[in-house]
Design a protein. Structure first.
Length: 608
């Protein structure tokens, strides 16, 4: 279609230029240009002259008053422990840029807090870690915003997306705190805060759309149709969290020796044909299935037809398929208890819900089958059942291999979880699937979870210190494979611990070979059940405190992987004690030293 001068506001030269340009544009370029022109026309709009009459009765034009241009700059700050918030920040950046916004993305730890008062549009995407705590890379910014130095932010517009897990008491606490504090500092919400549970994709997408609407309304024009078109065009057909790849199992081995109290599986999966790539420090997301025996028991207790069809997002499943592959049935949360109470006959559940401490005590170690048995019978339909259950979330495992060393493969180290609670044997959903029901040739739905907060140093000459007891050894196996492949010259030191040397020394031969060829410089081990007095990795650190501090002074990167509540906390306190002792520092100085290391990305944790 040619632009004609006679029916347009353009002269011949302009029309010729447009006729040459328009046929060369892609659809996404046209969409972007439409939004850009709309925003540009609004930001440069002027107040139309109004007629005035002078003393002689002659009309005169009023002076032209320009509107202040509205900022198209948007800053996205993320606080992320496992990478979800960072990945959402990147995808949000892409969508905003398609609408002509000038977007800057930064980790909270890399952002200079004093620049906060200079911002006009701020988006915060943050997870909550542990018991309501900010993730590691959000701690300093969180402290600044909640401290006395935080500035007034009357010119700031903002919105918060918070990630969490509703099975924890302080669900999305960090996001709630940022949202409330920014309002107290005078900032105005672009869009209401959205709190996401483990199944965060849909609410996160709705939040992004709400933010875009808020930004565009402030610009003076709602570009809903443009946004939706751009989002549709931005959809990429790649394997991801929402579109996992079915990876074939190549190997499934028990790493523990006969007589061990533990069962640790080494899984090797094929990524051939997926196009998926990863770096050491990344994680693999695995979508598991619930145990068939547990599903059968639950269906029996609910007295529903296992073959009855239910619809989930336009797809049809039998009740048995839905409970096996789609929904979480092994974890109780207060929101689930509240929803289920409408369909359970025993009214004793209602008084329980009124006491938060009793709820917390009840849900610990119990599952949905317990709930139905304790407060049933179930009075709802199959549709009611699937309407209240939470989507079965993926499990994230630190990758235990290097892609350079194992092309088209990814390796995992998974400890099988089995325990007794409330009179029943309990199994970890994914870990026992891998231990008992997964055979070579089977497939698992997987995706790569990038984690920029747990990465090898950019320079292969930098020394690294790794603390990883038990399955925490996994990412350090990937580190060593990678450093061996690239011929890294930097020193490396591993602290590893488990119960028994003979049965629980995971990947023992590999570590000894790396020590022999120099890929690994030092290794200190702690096997807690081999001596009368239990010895853990933090004790080995203290025994070598002088050398460890010298490595830190030489610029070593310090990594922790494993259990957060006990091990990671103890290792953190031990590291502070070593810095305090060997550096002749006060406790406050040692904390500042460690904070500086964290700021330089020389102190990194992958804890769970």
């Amino acid at each position: 279609m040619q632009l004609q001068v006679m029916n347009s506001p353009f002269n011949q030269e302009q029309a010729d230029l447009l006729n040459r340009l328009l046929p060369t544009l892609t659809e996404s370029q046209k969409v972007w240009l439409t939004g850009y022109l709309a925003a540009t026309s609004l930001s440069t709009a002027t107040v139309a002259p109004t007629a005035q009459v002078d003393a002689a009765g002659t009309p005169s034009a009023a002076p032209v008053v320009e509107q202040q241009p509205i900022s198209k700059e948007v800053t996205i700050l993320y606080g992320s422990q496992t990478g979800n918030s960072q990945n959402l920040a990147k995808s949000t950046e892409k969508k905003l840029k398609e609408q002509g916004f000038d977007v800057k993305v930064s980790s909270m730890s890399d952002f200079k807090p004093n620049n906060l008062k200079k911002l006009h549009n701020l988006l915060i995407i943050v997870s909550t870690h542990g018991e309501g705590e900010p993730p590691d890379n959000a701690i300093s910014f969180h402290e600044f915003v909640h401290g006395k130095r935080a500035p007034k932010l009357n010119d700031l517009r903002y919105s918060v997306l918070s990630l969490g897990d509703s099975s924890y008491e302080f669900f999305c606490q960090t996001g709630k705190e940022f949202d409330q504090k920014l309002e107290e500092l005078g900032a105005t919400r672009l869009h209401d805060r959205v709190d996401c549970d483990l199944d965060f994709e849909e609410p996160a997408a709705e939040w992004v759309q709400g933010v875009l609407n808020g930004l565009n309304q402030t610009q003076g024009s709602s570009q809903q149709a443009i946004v939706e078109t751009a989002e549709a065009q931005a959809t990429e057909s790649v394997y991801s969290r929402s579109n996992p790849f079915r990876a074939e199992v190549l190997e499934n081995l028990n790493l523990n020796g006969r007589g061990s109290n533990k069962e640790t599986r080494h899984l090797e999966l094929s990524l051939e044909g997926s196009g998926l790539t990863f770096q050491p420090g990344d994680s693999l997301g695995v979508y598991p299935e619930n145990e068939p025996e547990l599903v059968a028991e639950l269906i029996k207790e609910l007295k529903v037809d296992a073959n009855e069809k239910v619809t989930i997002k336009n797809d049809s499943y039998s009740v048995q398929e839905a409970l096996t592959t789609q929904f979480e049935i092994t974890v109780l949360t207060k929101p689930l208890l509240e929803k289920a109470s409408a369909f359970l006959a025993n009214k004793e559940l209602q008084p329980l819900l009124e006491d938060s401490e009793k709820v917390k005590e009840y849900i610990y170690g119990r599952d949905f089958l317990d709930l139905v048995r304790d407060f049933g019978p179930w009075n709802g339909t199959a549709h009611d059942l699937v309407s209240i259950l939470r989507k079965l979330p993926p499990r994230l495992y630190s990758i235990a291999s290097s892609l350079q060393a194992n092309e088209d493969e990814v390796h995992l180290t998974i400890g099988a979880v089995r325990y007794d609670a409330h009179g029943r044997e309990r199994n970890g959903v994914c870990s026992v699937l891998c231990a008992e029901r997964l055979q070579p040739g089977d497939t698992l739905p997987v995706f790569i979870q990038n984690n920029q907060n747990f990465k090898l140093p950019e320079s292969p000459d930098s020394p690294v210190i790794m603390v990883g007891p038990g399955t925490g050894i996994a990412p350090f196996r990937s580190f060593m494979q990678e450093r061996e492949e690239i011929g890294a010259e930097g020193k490396s030191w591993l602290f590893f611990g488990d119960q028994h040397f003979v049965t629980d020394f995971l990947y023992q031969t590999e570590w000894q070979n790396w020590l022999k060829d120099g890929t690994l410089t030092r290794m200190d081990v702690a096997f807690s059940r081999d001596t009368d007095e239990k010895v853990y990795v933090q004790h080995r650190m203290l025994e070598n405190s002088k050398d460890l501090f010298e490595w830190l002074e030489e610029g070593a990167f310090f990594y922790i992987c494993g259990d957060e509540k006990r091990m990671a906390h103890d290792v953190h306190e031990t590291l502070l004690a070593i810095i305090e002792k060997e550096g002749n520092m006060s406790r406050e100085q040692a904390e500042s030293y460690l904070a500086d290391m964290q700021q330089q990305k020389r102190y990194q944790r992958d804890v769970y």
